[in-house]
Structures are given as C-alpha cells and as structure tokens.
Design a protein around this ligand. Structure first.
Ligand code: HEC
Length: 221
C-alpha cells in the first residue's frame, strides 16, 4: 500500500470506528425500546405527559436549570446518588422515552432532580410542595439559607391586592397592599418539577443487566 492510500485508509477506519461506537451501538441497544406494561394492572410506564410537561421542560432549559442540576441517577457502584436519597434506583433509557429534549446534564452544583416530584422531607411535610417550590424559586435563601442558587424573581408577578389575596400568593415580604404571585411560566415549571418521578419499578428487561457473575470455580474431579 502506498503512503496516501495508507493514510486515507487510516482516517477512514478511525471515523468508521467512531461512527460504529457512537451511533450504531446505541441505536441497536435502544431502537427496540418500548414502554413497559404491567400485565396485572395494565399500567404503562412511562406515560406520555404531553404538551404542558414539554413546555415545562422548555422553561427549565431556557432558564439554565440544567447548568447546575442533573437528571440522572447513577447506580451504587458509581456514586452515592442512592445513598443521598435522590432516587430508589438508577435511571435507564426507558425513563426518558417520551422526552423530546433529554436534560441529563453532568454538573451538580445543586442536587439531582430526576425524582424531585417524589422527594419528601420526613421532618418537614411542607417541603417540596408547589408552595415550597414557588418560594424557593422566588428567593432560594428563604427556604435554604446557604443556597447559591440564583433567584428567579422574574418568573413572578407583583400585583395589587384587590379584595382577597390570591390563593397562590407567596408568603414573602412585600409592601402592604401588594402580593407576589407565580406567573404562568412559574406554574408550568413547577408542574413539570412535581411530575419528575423516575422511581417506577422496572421489569427485568428494562432494568440494567446485573454485573457478570464471578467465573465459576473449575469442577474438581
Ligand atoms: C447556579 C446554580 C443553580 C442554578 C442555575 C439552579 N439551581 Fe437549583 N439549586 C442549586 C443549589 C446549590 C441548590 C441547593 C440549595 C437549595 O436548596 O437552594 C439547588 C436546589 C434546588 C432544588 C431543591 C432540591 C432539593 O433536593 O432540595 C430545586 C427543586 C431546584 N434547585 C430547582 C431549580 C430550577 C427549577 C432551576 C432553574 C429555574 C434551578 N434550580 C437553577 C443551584 C442552582
């Protein structure tokens, strides 16, 4: 083989190898993926939550939440996500089946949010309710005094109180006669957060393959 042909063959082989590993192998692993259905209850997982959920994710992305928050739970061998209570199991491709934009993200300046809709605080039942999320988004240090999460005040409207205070008015300091209420964007974003729950039990086929068993000891004759 002369030099240019050899060079060309080398370049071709490296691109072909990368294409195989990065496009073909994941395609073969995931092309057949289907939502799972429980034969006894007929319950499907995951469920397509539709337009409002996607709109919520768009607002999440537009506000850069994924810059500081991941939405993927690693298994026990790869980190302490399960120990920290961020989820009951690791996340798998099926969990993102209906997501048009998958916001896995890698940076974790704040906690993982893959299951934020299912999160509870045993000591404080009011934590992680819609009202808590509004207050947290409006000014994170109200709920988490040391937080370095930015305040998303522009997702809220300051309105004059006419008659009764709005039911979803925030419990924050504001001049007399005024109230802070979540905008439509804040409501869509918080509904999205409250629907994030990837803790559904998986059937065997969707669960990650268990680690290969240790080689059996050779049989002694
Ligand atoms: C600059 C980094 C940063 C950005 C951007 C950011 N956060 Fe956070 N977030 C944090 C940190 C740090 C915490 C932990 C302290 C706290 O509770 O405020 C946190 C906590 C949270 C929590 C509570 C999680 C828990 O388990 O207690 C939620 C919910 C949340 N963020 C949602 C959002 C949303 C929604 C956005 C986008 C609108 C966003 N964050 C943007 C840094 C960030």
């Amino acid at each position: 083989m002369n030099k240019p042909t050899f060079l060309f063959a080398g370049i071709f082989a490296s691109f072909a190898f990368a294409w195989w590993g990065m496009a073909m192998v994941p395609h073969r692993q995931m092309a057949e993926l289907q939502p799972q259905v429980d034969e006894d209850t007929n319950e499907a997982y995951p469920v397509n939550m539709g337009g409002a959920h996607n709109a919520g994710r768009d607002i999440y992305i537009a506000n850069g939440c994924q810059v500081c928050h991941s939405q993927e739970i690693r298994d026990a061998h790869n980190g302490s996500d399960l120990k920290r209570g961020w989820g009951k199991r690791r996340t798998v491709p099926l969990d993102y089946f209906y997501d048009q934009n998958v916001v896995l993200s890698q940076v974790r300046i704040g906690p993982d949010l893959a299951n934020i809709g299912a999160r509870k605080d045993e000591k404080d039942a009011a934590k992680y309710t819609a009202a808590w999320h509004y207050q947290h988004l409006y000014y994170p240090r109200y709920t988490s005094p040391e937080s370095n999460m930015p305040a998303y005040r522009y997702l809220f409207d300051k309105r004059r109180v006419t008659g009764e205070r709005a039911v979803d008015a925030l419990n924050v300091e504001v001049e007399d006669g005024w109230q802070i209420v979540p905008s439509a964007q804040a409501k869509t974003l918080v509904s999205y957060l409250l629907a994030l729950d990837r803790s559904h039990e998986l059937k065997k086929s969707a669960a990650p393959a268990p680690a290969a068993p240790a080689a059996a000891a050779p049989a002694t004759k």
